[in-house]
Structure formats: C-alpha cells, structure tokens
Ligand binder design. Structure first.
Ligand SMILES: Cc1ncc(COP(=O)(O)O)c(C=O)c1O
Length: 429
C-alpha cells in the first residue's frame, strides 16, 4: 500500500515547484466522509478547509455521489453545441437564485475563466478596457485575472491588456483608514474611489470587480453596506459592478445566500466556482441579458456546463436548499464566533477574528502592533492538524488562518473543531 511519505516523494518529482503542500508534514487524502477526511494511514481529520472551500457541503454526500454516478453512466460530455438537459436546467436554477434580473448563465471550467469572461463582457458592453479592483484582491491565475489581483505573492507578471486601478477598502486591518468607525471608513474609501476614477483613469471605466469577503486575502470583511455606497458612485458613472462570489456564494456567509446581499445591492454580474459542484469542476458567470449578449461573436468553453459537472451542481444546490444549509451556516457561524472570540480577546498575537457564517479567519501578528507573524501562523496550522483539525492559511503575508467548515457541519463536529483549535492556540502561548 502507498504511504503518505512515498506519495510526497512522487509529488515532488512529478509536480512543479510552484505548488506546495500546506503542512510541514503533508497530509494525504485517501477518502472523505461528511466533515472528515482520512489519510492513507487511516488517520481521521476534521476538514475545515474543503480543498479551499470547494468541497462545500460535506465529503461524499450520497445525493451528490448518486447524481454524478447516474450521469456518468448516461453521458459525460456534450458541449454547448448540443442540447443537454442538466446544463440547461442548472442554468435556469442558477439564474433563479442569482437575484440578477433577466439573468443569463455562461458556464466555465474555473473561477479564473469565469472572471475573465466577466471582464471580457464588461469590456465589450462598455467599450473600455479600464477596470477597478480592490486592494488585497484575488481573482485567479490567467493574465487578466492576475492583473485584477492585488497580491504580489500571487502575481507572476503584471502584463495584460487591461488598465487596472486598485481601490482601498477590502482589507480594513491594514488600511490607513482602519481607526475610523464603519460609516467614516466607508466614506473615506468612497473618497478614494472617486479620486482614483478622476485621477487614474481616462474617465470611461468598464467595471469594478470585488469579492464581498476577500478569500485568499484572508477573509477580509468590509462593513455592511460598503459596496452599496460604492455602487452609487459607480452607477452614476455607468460603471458595471461584478461581484466575485467564488468563495462567498451559496449561503456560506450564513446571513445571506450571496456575499453581495450584505450591501443592499444587486450586481450587474456575479461569478461563481469552487463549492457549487461540491468538488466537481464547475464555474460560471451570471449577467443581465443585455450585458451577456454584448458578445456578438460565437464563444465557447469546452468543459463549461458539461453534464457531469452540472449534475453535481444541481444535486449540491438542491441539498443546500432542502437542508437550509444557509441557516446552518448562520447558526454554526454564530457559535464559532461566540466560542472563539473570548480566546482571541485574550491572545495578544492574534489581531482579530473576522468573517461571516462559516467563513471566519484569525490574523496573526507580533504582540503590541500589527506586524504580520507568518511563523506562528504556520505553527498554529500544524498544531491544529496534530489535534485532528485541518484549517487553511491565507492573507497577504501568509499570516491568516482560514476556517471554512462544511456547510452541513453538526454542532458536535463544530465543537470538536473549536476545542482542538483553542487547545492549539493555548499550546503556543
Ligand atoms: C475569489 C476567487 N476568485 C477566483 C478564484 C479563481 O478560481 P480558480 O482557482 O477556480 O480559477 C479564486 C480561487 O481561489 C477565488 O478565491
């Protein structure tokens, strides 16, 4: 039988050096069940990262497994050149839950490709290559997605055909406006937005793209209503708003089904990926018809909307709605905050607990200030793992622990994870 150690040697020999296992002593995943994964040696871990928020509701959920198996036995690929019921039905279902009026859905194979498409649509609709994006953003790994990403640790190159201006606001802890209250903070960022449009662009901006809660950026969360205030300024200038819901969608934030709903607006477009297939490749963009139809040539994404993916998407969305997993994210998220906050308040090397629902994070700093501490973050990650809990890492400086339990997590499983995390934190005091 293969061991984790052998697999690591083969990983290093076969994969590029720019991918790397998360843990100092890497974890193999042999199989999953609900909130848990099992490594090749049979060790069990509570999974609070889901392969970066992609196994969304739980591992090997029977309803999703059956939908995929049944579809695989029928037909696995068709493309948009043919009429495929799962693809069309899922487009109808996504349009219905998107909140975007007269919505059209274009499926892609990744979040990167979904964002590329949204930017391409904005370019075509507005006749402009000027884009606004948020500081500390992450939108993917193609040239254009990197161009709208504001984290140099993820940027291989800055070249693209886009003219991008980055706006203050997503990441409050390291903003020059961080001392201000919610309202004043929002107004200061609006001032920056207006000034950057007036000073750094040629005036006709196509779109602004933003993650309602920044994922890779460490679950950085602006005040409620923040993007609503920005939206007013954008609408006055006919600038489209694209909500990147790749991490915040499908009820994960608990209070809302989409991250944008915390801001009292409806975006012109939204992009989705990761969790919607509960692990199967599935992504896309939703836009109002008039925007979607601004591409007036043929366009095509080979794997976008293939029947296997959309069967998984339909089964996942049905499970989310039938089991009110948004409600569970709200309830479990509240419990997570309530139990962790007192510990964080007493820990001088954790600057804050932030996020929403089942999307919460801890940012590690050197005591007495906000200088990032990536070393203690790596230790906390491994201490949690040694206690049977897998959490993720993130943040501009690699100093954030990201927690994203399965949306179907039970109270008992949640408490088990919280106990492990508190014990891991205590061990580092
Ligand atoms: C908010 C956000 N947008 C886009 C992407 C890119 O998605 P993908 O890795 O599927 O290309 C990611 C991936 O982490 C993401 O977090």
């Amino acid at each position: 039988m293969t061991t984790t150690e052998e697999l690591l040697a083969r990983y290093k020999a076969a994969l590029p050096s720019f991918v790397a296992p998360l843990h100092a002593k890497p974890v193999s995943i042999d199989r999953g069940e609900g909130s848990y994964i099992f490594d090749l040696e049979g060790n069990r871990y509570l999974d609070w990262f889901g392969g970066v928020l992609t196994t969304m509701i739980g591992h090997s959920i029977p309803e999703v497994v059956k939908a995929v198996q049944d579809q695989a036995a029928k037909v696995m690929h068709t493309s948009t050149l043919y009429l495929s019921e799962p693809m069309i039905a899922f487009a109808e279902e996504v349009a219905a839950v998107s909140g975007i009026p007269d919505a059209r859905v274009f499926f892609t194979a990744s979040g990167t490709e979904a964002n590329d498409t949204a930017i391409m649509l904005a370019n075509a609709y507005r006749g402009s290559n000027e884009i606004l994006a948020m500081r500390n953003s992450y939108h993917g790994r193609s040239y254009s997605a990197q161009a709208i990403t504001a984290q140099s640790s993820w940027s291989v190159a800055s070249m693209s055909g886009l003219n991008v201006t980055f706006i203050q606001g997503g990441y409050r802890l390291r903003s020059p406006f961080r001392e201000l209250d919610d309202e004043a903070y929002t107004q200061a960022c609006i001032g920056d937005l207006v000034q950057m449009i007036d000073m750094a662009t040629a005036g006709k901006v196509a779109a602004m793209i933003a993650e309602p809660i920044q994922g890779v950026g460490g679950f950085a969360t602006p005040p409620d209503g923040f993007f609503g205030a920005m939206h007013k300024e954008l609408t006055n200038r006919e600038i489209l708003f694209i909500s990147d819901e790749v991490q915040t969608g499908w009820g994960r934030t608990g209070e809302h089904f989409w991250g944008y709903q915390a801001h009292g607006i409806v975006p012109d477009m939204l992009t989705f990926a990761k969790g919607v297939g509960n692990g199967i490749t599935l992504a896309g963009v939703v836009a109002r018809k008039e925007i979607m139809d601004s591409i007036n040539v043929l366009s095509f994404s080979t794997f976008g909307g293939n029947p296997l993916s959309t069967a998984a998407g339909r089964a996942t969305l049905k499970y989310v709605l039938d089991h009110d997993l948004q409600g569970n994210a709200k309830k479990m998220g509240r419990r997570l905050t309530e139990r962790l906050q007192p510990v964080i308040d007493e820990t001088d090397w954790i600057a804050e607990l932030r996020g929403r629902g089942l999307m919460q994070a801890l940012e590690m700093v050197h005591p007495g200030g906000i200088e990032p501490d990536a070393a203690i973050t790596a230790r906390l990650l491994d201490e949690a793992k040694d206690r049977g809990l897998l959490v993720g890492k993130g943040g501009l400086y690699g100093n954030v622990i990201r927690m994203a339990p399965m949306l179907a997590i039970t109270e008992e499983e949640l408490d088990q994870g919280i106990d492990a995390l508190i014990d891991a934190i205590t061990s580092l005091n």
